[in-house]
Design a protein around this ligand. Structure first.
Ligand code: SF4
Length: 197
């Protein structure tokens, strides 16, 4: 008999629970089924992808009345086969934690306090700052030495050395493409991506 990883985990988990419960005189199979059904009763199930890293693990989300009730690894996803790392297991907190900032925060130069600002205000500040930094750090030419003749010459450079662009595990192919275009448009040679695998 061929045992898959998923099958093995189910089998070994089931055996340990059954052994423990038999000693207490409880039918765990029925209890587990009913508990699971009650918690997820009336939930809509949706598949999704963990946004924390480029691993792209699959998720099953259980939603009731517009609120995430439960999440777990998707056993049918070939990447994680039902498993999740601790970051994804705590994903619910990203949606509902009281600690989560809900608006952009601004701290003035030299200031010690953060203040909440609107998205329009934040975007305008970032755009103005990007233009200012680009102008200040623009390198128009480079002086290079010819490897064969030793002669020095000035060549066009046209790059913004004060700006860097970094991608995210949360962005998809199309967004990465646009980000690359943006990096070249503003002229920065510093273009990196966050990847975990
Ligand atoms: S390894 Fe963890 S953080 Fe990365 S995609 Fe999978 S569950 Fe998410």
């Amino acid at each position: 008999m061929q045992v898959t990883r998923r099958g093995f985990l189910k089998l070994s988990g089931g055996l340990s629970l059954a052994t423990f419960a038999t000693g207490l005189g409880i039918n765990m199979a029925v209890a587990a089924d009913r508990g699971y059904a009650l918690k997820l009763d009336g939930c809509t199930k949706a598949t999704s992808i963990c946004h924390f890293c480029s691993g792209g693990c699959g998720l099953l989300l259980y939603i009731k009345d517009g609120k995430l009730i439960h999440l777990e690894g998707d056993p049918d996803n070939p990447i994680n086969e039902g498993s999740l790392c601790p970051k994804a297991a705590s994903l619910e907190q990203v949606a509902y934690s009281e600690e989560r900032p809900k608006t952009p925060l601004y701290r003035a130069p030299g200031g010690t306090e953060w203040q909440e600002i609107s998205w329009d205000d934040a975007i305008e500040r970032i755009a103005k700052k990007a233009v200012e930094v680009r102008e200040k750090t623009w390198v128009k030419t480079d002086e290079i030495t010819d490897a064969k003749t030793g002669e020095k010459k000035v060549v066009p450079a046209n790059r913004a050395e004060g700006i860097a662009v970094i991608g995210s595990a949360e962005i998809d192919n199309e967004e990465s493409y646009l980000l690359s275009k943006f990096a070249r448009l503003i002229g920065t040679p510093f273009h990196e991506h966050q990847a975990r695998i």
